[in-house]
Design a protein around this ligand. Structure first.
Ligand SMILES: *Cc1c(COP(=O)(O)O)cnc(C)c1O
Length: 388
């Protein structure tokens, strides 16, 4: 055998050593485009679409399947598929359940790139999108049209944390045969069970708490039985798949999700309560605080709060003033995304067409990481002291 040939054959079946299978606790990290068939007969089966195994790298390799199985069980759903990112999961949900001529309703507080996709891209395919108030409940009836096919919720929503009355909405949607989807990234399946509230499709940006270490971009969509066939067929037809390495990391993140979330919840609540008493803070926007406008819905539907919340200051400061305060923070990184071990801060003004208490106000959003909460409070105290 020449060296070229040896190199090409080296290490096949290396997970079997001396006829014993290498039985690691975690599933092995498979990567690959080609999967070898045992025989010509198997190739014939694959050619005819009847092969029972995985026939190609796009056909969801074992790490992806292992992660999807875990998510499906955690979500208590019927079927899960993984996407290259959370936004990709949302976009494909919108595409799966709509066609030309349909009407979609989306909450105003959905993740901004999701609403941008609705406005700029769906429109091109003759799909009309109506935006609905972020704290909507049974008033959803007023927005439903004959051609409404899909309702996209996010609760609590991005940056302003309004909560929707999910069971009221799903009860009405059912009567009109409308699919309801929720972006459940904030609560994760541990703190909100969308299927128990009548939702058909639950979306996760796995990038956040599930992966949990700011080193992965990934999303999942889990559906109930009613939506499973349509969804699985669409996923396959679009030849979607996720990177095995990222699925491996996401599965690893899942193992510690519950303990991490408890710590995020405790620290965030401690810090939110401290901020609420601070003289330079007007309002803390945290669903678990009694002054949150939909606190009663959070209490009714959620079993916990994660570590992301926001606040507004006593008055509007200039960017120069804000820069002095925010740049002075040692422990809070300035950056997008959240759900990781490091505390982060972002700041901005968010447009809402319907009347909102936050119109024109700068919203400061905190991702509370896993640092000691007294250290984080000391850091925030220093930043706030620099505001005039
Ligand atoms: C970050 C985020 C997404 C998008 O997730 P990516 O994995 O970053 O694409 C979707 N929804 C919400 C609520 C998010 O915060």
């Amino acid at each position: 055998m020449q060296k070229e040939t040896l190199l090409a054959h080296h290490n096949e079946h290396c997970n079997v050593v001396n006829e014993k299978y290498a039985n690691t606790i975690n599933p092995p990290l498979y990567t690959g485009s080609t999967l070898l068939f045992d025989s010509y007969e198997d190739l014939l089966l694959a050619n005819g679409g009847n092969y029972q195994g995985i026939d190609y790298g796009t056909d969801r390799l074992p790490p992806q399947r292992a992660f999807e199985d875990a998510m499906q069980a955690l979500e208590n759903g019927y079927l899960t598929r993984t996407f290259q990112s959370g936004i990709n999961a949302i976009i494909n949900t919108l595409l799966t359940f709509t066609r030309s001529g349909d009407h979609v309703l989306a909450c105003e507080n959905v993740y901004a790139p999701a609403s941008r996709f609705c406005r700029n891209i769906l429109k091109r395919y003759n799909i009309e999108v109506g935006f609905i108030p972020p704290d909507i409940g049974e008033e959803i009836s007023n927005f439903i049209q004959d051609n409404t096919r899909l309702i996209l919720l996010e609760s609590p929503g991005s940056n302003t944390f309004e909560i929707q009355d999910i069971p009221a909405i799903t009860a009405i949607a059912r009567r009109h045969d409308i699919v309801t989807a929720i972006d459940n990234t904030w609560a994760t399946p541990l703190y909100l069970d969308p299927f128990a509230l009548g939702v058909d499709v639950s979306i996760q940006s796995v990038t956040k708490y599930i992966a949990g270490h700011s080193d992965v971009l990934l999303g999942t969509v889990t559906v109930n039985e009613r939506c499973a066939q349509t969804f699985a067929d669409f996923y396959q037809a679009m030849e979607l798949f996720a990177s095995p390495q990222d699925c491996y990391l996401a599965l690893r993140g899942l193992r510690t999700l519950s303990v991490r979330l408890k710590q995020h919840e405790y620290s965030a609540l401690t810090i939110a309560s401290w901020l609420a008493e601070h003289p330079k803070v007007r309002t803390v926007i945290h669903p678990a605080l009694v002054n949150h406008p939909q606190h009663h819905l959070w209490q009714r539907d959620f079993s916990g709060a994660s570590g992301l919340f926001a606040f507004i200051l006593d008055r509007e400061y200039t960017d120069t003033q804000l820069a002095a305060a925010i740049n002075a923070l040692d422990l809070f990184g300035i950056g997008y995304s959240w759900g990781g071990f490091k505390s982060l801060i972002t700041c901005g003004k968010y447009y809402r067409a319907t009347t909102s208490a936050y119109t024109g106000r700068t919203i400061i959003r905190l991702n509370i990481g896993l640092e000691n909460q007294e250290d984080l409070i000391r850091d925030l105290k220093k930043g706030l002291s620099l505001l005039p």
